[in-house]
Design a protein around this ligand. Structure first.
Ligand code: PEP
Length: 247
C-alpha cells in the first residue's frame, strides 16, 4: 500500500519569523516516516523553508507554476526555477486561482505538464462549487476538469497527484462527509484507471476544511490517499494531528 501524502497549503500567509517557528514546530512530528509530508509555501519563502528542512523528511512544495519555460512573462515562476529550490510538489488549478485568476481547465492541464517535464509532481485540484453540487453537476464538473489533464498529459498521468477540493468546503469549516468525498474519489479513480494501468500510483487527496477532528474518518476511506490542508496547516499542533492520522 502506498504511503499517504499530507500537503499543507500555506496560501499567501507567512513571514520569516512565523515560517521558522512553524517549520521548527512541525519537523519533530514529520520524522519517522509512515506518510509523506509536504508544505506548499509562497514562492518568496522557498529558499528559507528549503534551508529549514534540510536533512529532514519534510518535502517542499509550491503553489503555482508557469506554463512557459522562460522569457517575457512578468511575475511568473517556471518549473525549472522551482526545481532549483528542490521543490517536489506544486499545486495547480487551485479553485482560488481558477476563480480569481481565470484559470481554465486547459491552462491547468498545461501547468501540470510543465511541472511533470521538470520532474515535479503537480497536485491537480478539482472540485465543484456549491451551485454546481446543488444542481447535481458534481460528477460532470470534476470529470471535465480531470479529463483535460488526462488529455494533455497522456501516459504521464500516473505521475500526478490529484486533490478533490469541493469549493464550498474550502476555508468555510464545512467539510464533505467521508461518504461524499469517497464517492467523488472513487469516480476520479475510475477515470484514472481508464487512462492508465498505473492509476493506483496516483495519490488522490481530499481538501476542504480537513482538520484534527475529521482527518481520521476522511483518511480511512479506501480512495482517499491523503489531504491538502489549508487553514489547519498553519497551526503546528493541528497539522501534526492530521499527519498522525495519516500514519
Ligand atoms: C485549500 O486551500 O487547499 C484548503 C483545503 O483550505 P482549507 O483546508 O482551509 O479549507
Amino acid at each position: 500500500m502506498k504511503k499517504k501524502l499530507i500537503a499543507g497549503n500555506w496560501k499567501m500567509n507567512g513571514s520569516f519569523a512565523t515560517n521558522e517557528a512553524l517549520v521548527r514546530a512541525i519537523l519533530p512530528g514529520v520524522a519517522g516516516g509512515g506518510c509523506t509530508v509536504a508544505v506548499c509555501v509562497p514562492a518568496p519563502y522557498l529558499a528559507q523553508v528549503n534551508m529549514l528542512r534540510t536533512m529532514t523528511e519534510l518535502q517542499l512544495g509550491a503553489q503555482d507554476v508557469s506554463v512557459h519555460e522562460q522569457g517575457a512573462f512578468t511575475g511568473e515562476v517556471s518549473a525549472a526555477m522551482l526545481k532549483e529550490f528542490l521543490v517536489r510538489y506544486v499545486i495547480v488549478g487551485h479553485s482560488e486561482r481558477r476563480q480569481y485568476h481565470g484559470e481554465t481547465d486547459a491552462l491547468v492541464a498545461d501547468k501540470a505538464k510543465a511541472a511533470l517535464a521538470a520532474g515535479i509532481t503537480p497536485i491537480v485540484c478539482v472540485g465543484e462549487t456549491l451551485a454546481e453540487r446543488e444542481a447535481g453537476k458534481t460528477e460532470e464538473v470534476v470529470k471535465r476538469q480531470m479529463a483535460a489533464v488526462i488529455h494533455t498529459n497522456g501516459h504521464c498521468i500516473s505521475e500526478i497527484a490529484v486533490a478533490y477540493e469541493p469549493v464550498w468546503a474550502i476555508g468555510t469549516g464545512k467539510t464533505a462527509t467521508p461518504e461524499q468525498a469517497q464517492q467523488v474519489h472513487a469516480l476520479l479513480r475510475a477515470q484514472l484507471k481508464a487512462a492508465t494501468e498505473h492509476s493506483e500510483r496516483v495519490h488522490i487527496l481530499y481538501g476542504g476544511s480537513m482538520n484534527a477532528g475529521n482527518a481520521q474518518a476522511l483518511l480511512a476511506q479506501p480512495d482517499i490517499d491523503g489531504g491538502l490542508i489549508g487553514g489547519a496547516s498553519l497551526k503546528a499542533e493541528d497539522f501534526l494531528k492530521i499527519v498522525a492520522a495519516a500514519r
